[in-house]
Each structure stands twice: as C-alpha cells, then as structure tokens.
Design a protein around this ligand. Structure first.
Ligand SMILES: NC(=O)c1ccc[n+]([C@@H]2O[C@H](COP(=O)([O-])OP(=O)(O)OC[C@H]3O[C@@H](n4cnc5c(N)ncnc54)[C@H](O)[C@@H]3O)[C@@H](O)[C@H]2O)c1
Length: 351
C-alpha cells in the first residue's frame, strides 16, 4: 500500500510514492544503483551494479561527479540505462547532476533515506554541487522520473537527523500559510520513530505543500525563493563549523537568526514558530558545546557574503515582514555585517 501523487514540471511530470518496504519491490538485479556507503552490503546482495559514495559535504563536488561518471562507463551504462539513487541529500545532489549529464541525460529514480530528503529535497529537481568553499555554487534542474519514499528508512535515523528533516518541513509549511503550519504540527505530534508509518502523513503534507511552490515557480525566480527562509544564515553556519551542524539543524538556527535580524520576533506568528523551532532543536539532543566551540565568526561572514542570492550592492534575505515572508534587500555595509553576526551568535548562545 502506498500513497501516490504526481508533480507537474516543465521538463517532465514525475510520480511520488510514499509507503512502507517499497525498496524490495522496486529494485531488480539489472538496475544500476548509486548509494551511500552505509547501504553497500544491502545493495550488493540485490545488484552487481552498485556504486557507493561517502556522504560527506566536502565530497559533494565536481571531482566526485567525475569519479562516479567513470564508474558508470566501466559498468557499461548506456543512454537507455536507469540510475537508481538511494540516500540522503548528498547522494541526491550527486545523482541529479550526473544523471543529467551522462550521455546528455539518462533516466533516474530516487529513494530518499533521510527525513530531510523525504520531506523536502526529493521534490523540485534541483542539484547543488559545491566548488571549493562555495556551497551549492553549481547545479541544474533534472528531477527523477519517479520518487519512492520508503518510510522504513526512518527507523535507523538518530534524533539529530529526525529534527533536521522536521525543521525543513516546518519551514515549508510556515512559508505557505498558517493552516499548513498548524496541520504540520498536528501530524508531527502523531509521528513516532518506532512506528515509521506514522511519518507518512507528515511527509505527504510537507511535500504537497512544497508542490505548490515548485509548480508555481519551478526555476526559483519568484515564490519558491521563500523556501530559502533560514538558508543564508544556515549555509554560512554549516560552512563556519566545517559542516558539523547538519543541514536541517543549520536551517532551523538560521530561521531563528533571520527572525531576530528582521526585528519582528515579538509578532504572534513569529513567537509561534520560534517556540516550535526551539522545541525541535531541544529534542535533537545535539552537542551544543561542540558547535559553539567550532564556530569561526570570520568564516561565517565570509560564507554569508558568498551567498549566490546577494548582488554586489545588496544582501538579499528571506525575512518575516508585516506581509509574511518576503525577499528583502539591504545595503552591504560593515554595520549590517556586524548585525548579521550578532544575530547568529545570539542563537548559538541560547540553543
Ligand atoms: N537539491 C536540493 O534541493 C537540496 C535541498 C536541501 C538540501 N540539500 C543538500 O542535502 C545535503 C544534506 O542531506 P541530508 O541531510 O539528507 O543527509 P546526507 O546525505 O548529508 O547524510 C547525512 C548522514 O545520514 C546518513 N544516513 C542517510 N540515510 C540514513 C538512514 N536511513 N539511517 C541512518 N543514517 C542515514 C548518511 O550516511 C550520513 O552520514 C546537503 O548537502 C544539502 O545542501 C539539497
């Protein structure tokens, strides 16, 4: 039994299936699999054609793409081959990029295995590859032909990975409207790690909410940009801690910093989301001291300044305003830079 729905795209429409134990019924021994090293033993029993990657942010690079492409040639993959990617956001970003360029594009299918990739990144077709210290500098749009969300993968995730996914889902629903946000909280209360099926409604709600943004603005030129809420602070925090802070956690802290920076932390809707984010972060039980200790302010500002959404003259941030979330531009001054750093530092001091 699985829940299915279709996402419309200018490239090609694709199906999303959410259910329990889907992986065994879809993978056959002639498929080409790209997966996280963590799943190597499992997939080598299912197929001879397995390529593994170490899911490290520093390896989400063009060099790794080239290594994978060489392995695809050695496995004699051709234009008609299908690549099956199984993993979290790092495997997904690499798979999107290589499937789009191998022999000018082959079919690919995706099984997200982290809650973040199930709730958020699997939909929308973006690839994001790092170049040097530039996070997600290059990429393109090339959605999988099919997405299978096998919720049984949730079982092995730790509390940090769960919180990381939940924070991204919360962000999507908050960006949409109050009723999506409230419904998300209701489904969240029913989700229990020892019963992965209870995550089905939460994931489906998050994705169907994201679907509105993606179908409205697939190429990220308008309303989809609101999903970057918390990301400029978050990406810079990931970078300034050598990626010790997982992506979704960094986005959660980034949302807190962005709200503080907006000066609107006392509005009712912001008080609601602040309290929700703080509760989820507290439930993650991550090592706060390690994160505070590893934070390098100058690396933070340097990464913040490199965000590809800014222009030479302006910072461009997604911030809460009287009208809800909006993209707001500010002059790039030293004073503004100091304020940005203070807001991030305050979050780190109080998590
Ligand atoms: N392309 C997009 O639209 C998009 C959107 C958001 C984030 N991202 C990218 O995604 C990346 C982060 O991805 P992520 O948070 O999904 O994780 P990840 O791929 O970085 O993996 C994180 C850790 O989780 C482990 N893991 C994966 N599945 C597991 C499972 N079922 N049980 C136990 N452990 C498991 C991995 O081995 C790894 O150690 C970042 O590079 C971010 O930039 C991309």
């Amino acid at each position: 039994m699985s829940n299915n729905f279709k996402v419309t795209s200018k490239l090609y429409d694709y199906d999303i299936n959410i259910g329990l134990n889907l992986i065994g019924s879809v993978i056959t021994d002639d498929m080409f699999i790209l997966t996280d090293e963590r799943f190597e033993n499992y997939f080598s029993t299912l197929s001879k054609n397995v390529i593994t990657v170490l899911p490290q942010e520093s390896l989400k690079s063009l060099e790794t793409c080239e290594l994978i492409l060489n392995k695809m040639v050695n496995l004699q993959m051709n234009r008609k081959s299908t690549l099956v990617a199984v993993g979290g956001g790092i495997v997904q970003d690499l798979a999107t990029m290589i499937a789009s360029i191998y022999m000018r594009g082959i079919r690919w299918v995706y099984f997200p295995t982290t809650l973040m990739s199930m709730m958020d990144s699997c939909m929308g077709g973006k690839s994001s590859i790092n170049v040097g210290h530039w996070k997600n500098l290059v990429g393109n749009y090339y959605p999988p032909a099919e997405i299978y969300i096998d919720v049984s993968f949730v079982k092995s995730l730790d509390s940090v990975a769960i919180a990381s996914g939940v924070l991204e889902g919360l962000k999507i629903c908050y960006a949409r409207d109050y009723s999506s946000f409230t419904k998300f909280k209701e489904f969240l209360e029913l989700a229990a790690i020892d019963n992965p099926q209870t995550y089905t409604n939460l994931i489906e709600h998050s994705l169907k909410t994201k679907q509105w943004f993606v179908e409205e603005d697939e190429k990220d030129e308008g309303v989809r940009q609101l999903l970057n809420f918390g990301h400029t602070f978050g990406h810079a925090l990931e970078s300034a801690t050598e990626y010790l802070v997982p992506h979704g956690i960094a986005v959660g802290m980034g949302m807190l910093a962005a709200i503080d920076f907006s000066g609107r932390g006392n509005s009712t809707s912001n008080l609601r989301i602040i309290s929700e984010i703080r509760q989820i972060l507290a439930g993650a039980h991550f090592d706060r001291e390690k994160i505070q200790f590893s934070f390098v302010p100058k690396d933070f500002i340097s990464a913040f300044n490199k965000d590809k959404k800014h222009t030479n003259a302006y910072y461009r941030l997604v911030l809460p305003t009287e009208m809800g979330l909006e993209v707001v531009a500010f002059d790039r001054t030293t004073e503004m830079e100091n304020q940005i750093l203070v807001c991030m530092q305050q979050v780190l001091d109080t998590i």
